[in-house]
Design a protein around this ligand. Sequence first.
Ligand SMILES: Nc1nc(=O)c2c([nH]1)NC[C@@H]1CN(c3ccc(C(=O)N[C@@H](CCC(=O)O)C(=O)O)cc3)C=[N+]21
Length: 300
Amino acid sequence: MTATIIDGKAFAASVREKVAEHVTRLQEEHGITPGLAVVLVGEDPASQVYVRNKGKQTLEAGMNSYEHKLPAETSEADLLALVEKLNADPAVHGILVQLPLPDHIDEEKVINSITPAKDVDGFHILNVGLLGTGQKSMVPCTPLGCLMMLRDQLGSLSGLNAVVVGRSNIVGKPMAQLLLRDSCTVTIAHSRTKDLADVCRGADILVAAVGRPRMIPGDWVKPGATVIDVGINRIDAPEKGEGKTRLVGDVDFDSAKEVAGAITPVPGGVGPMTIACLLANTVTACCRANNLPEPEGLTA
Ligand SMILES: Nc1nc(=O)c2c([nH]1)NC[C@@H]1CN(c3ccc(C(=O)N[C@@H](CCC(=O)O)C(=O)O)cc3)C=[N+]21
């Protein structure tokens, strides 16, 4: 059997289209334009991959994009002062501080200084707590994108065995919360998990978010399972020429696609959905800030 390839790129385009329609409505009916501020400190390569497409897509969706690029030596105090300014700016509905931050800056302190209602990453402790207790919150973009693809693929997730490989605050933990909320039986596995292969083989839904290139081979995948590959790993690709690189996921796509029922590719899977959900969260934050109905189908 060969798996259905889940087209994250096309799915993301349809999400962005819904976002754009909602933005038009906000402008025409209320004279409001959602605004997203992105703060980048230093020059982490993964963050640059992300930023490249994001500003463009924000503008394409009809929203305002405010980019703040700060040098790597920026002090924590200066960064906190910028966040305070953005918190107070009524034109800014969403704030994203690119991670990772340089070592001399306390990431948790910065994230928790963002007004929770503008925290479009959903990383603030208040949003984490709201999600964990099933209350309305801002939901982290990558897990939200994964959930949208899973619901689209499977309809109901109720009762399915979901295994999330990876326990990060950014992906693994919030993903598990969302799957639990959709009534999956959820296992969070990680590098220390005993018999990881067997744990994965029990998964109807397998979400890989470990950050290790092609770590999960096809024989860890249950026949017919839905596989969501969150990994975006850049590896050498000498076959493309000297010094060339390419992106691969945490799943060995070639072997896994022979076993899975459906699988997301890398690139073109989760990555584009992450950005689309960032735009969706910005519209959601803007609607909430203005006591307007939230866009349908764009929230968890
Ligand atoms: N506060 C914060 N929030 C984030 O969400 C965040 C962050 N910091 N720091 C960096 C990581 C990385 N990240 C990506 C999102 C989309 C693609 C993406 O669209 N990837 C394309 C490939 C792009 C290419 O071809 O290079 C794809 O998978 O198809 C990649 C990486 C979000 N991050």
